[in-house]
Design a protein around this ligand. Structure first.
Ligand code: ADP
Length: 274
């Protein structure tokens, strides 16, 4: 392990990472990990079909108590390995690297009983010791809510800088209240809010192509909340059972269903954040 003050080591380790984005949600189950993984797949997608240079993408899964990224990125059962002074991420393809606590545990239930300091130490080591190499984007999948882990990430990355946070929500009011709390948190710790994504926003029936509203917003939904909070609404991703299935199979939804409304929503979001 390299020696020196941690913030300096973290900054040095992440010096070749151009953009660092945190993915946040007020509560669990709103689709934060789904969004992180599908955004990563979409960014790293074959450049020929996207008319741009190869984009190097890393995904850091610090959702310590529920690391679902390995499964939904098709990497279940992979092991992280130590090399020299650091950890090697696991690669989905040449330009898509993933690091998750899920790669380091023999029993995924082990981590549930970890106390704060142990979690914070792991987050520090992920930032300091994982050999990402050159990355255009590092997407950090965080636990739901605002916990000690979020404070750790914010303070560890203060020196090297965070581009900002993307907050995932569903249209229901509870989730939206939770989003307000996330945005307040970002403001307190001085992380810019890139915007809000409304997930499971309506249901597009794959058979009839009709759209139904599953979770009717009791406020004005994500758009009004975003306007009230003074942050952009980056997009609305419909509920699509095929998206859930792509995640179960660990594959890229955009590759499988490029013309679906959900894929179009992802591409619009990418346009906004690039
Ligand atoms: P979180 O990370 O916020 O806890 P997940 O990403 O694990 O949530 O998503 C929760 C569940 O919802 C998963 O089963 C996932 O496949 C499903 N899901 C998420 N977004 C969508 C969507 N837009 N359409 C259909 N299913 C979705």
């Amino acid at each position: 392990t390299p020696k020196g003050p941690d913030p300096a080591l973290i900054t040095s380790n992440l010096r070749s990472v151009k953009h660092k984005l945190l993915i946040l949600s007020g509560k669990g189950g709103v689709g934060k990990s789904t969004f992180t993984s599908q955004l990563a797949f979409a960014l790293a997608h074959d450049p020929e079909t996207r008319n741009s240079d190869v984009i190097e993408v890393g995904v850091m899964d610090v959702d310590i108590c529920g690391p679902s990224i390995p499964k939904i990125m098709g990497l279940e059962g992979e092991q992280g390995h130590q090399s020299g002074s650091g950890w090697q991420p696991v690669y989905v393809q040449d330009n898509l690297a993933v690091m998750s606590i899920g790669f380091l545990l023999n029993d995924p239930d082990d981590v549930i009983i970890w106390r704060g300091p142990k979690k914070n130490d792991l987050i520090k080591r992920f930032l300091r010791d994982v050999e990402w190499g050159e990355l255009d984007y590092l997407l950090v999948d965080t636990p739901p809510g605002t916990s000690d882990e979020h404070l750790s990430i914010a303070s560890f990355l203060k020196e090297s800088g965070i581009d900002g946070a993307i907050v995932i929500t569903t249209p229901q009011e509870v989730a939206l209240q939770d989003v307000r709390r996330e945005i307040d948190f970002c403001r307190k710790v001085k992380i810019p809010v890139i915007g809000v994504v409304e997930n499971m926003s309506g249901f597009v029936c794959p058979n009839c192509k009709g759209e139904s509203i599953i979770f009717p917003p009791t406020t004005g939904g994500g758009a009004q909340m975003a306007a009230e909070m003074g942050v952009p609404l980056l997009g609305k991703i419909p509920l699509d059972p095929r998206l859930g299935r792509a995640c179960d199979e660990g594959v890229s939804f955009l590759d499988e269903y490029p013309d679906s409304p959900a894929s179009k929503a992802y591409l619009e979001i990418i346009e906004k954040i690039r």
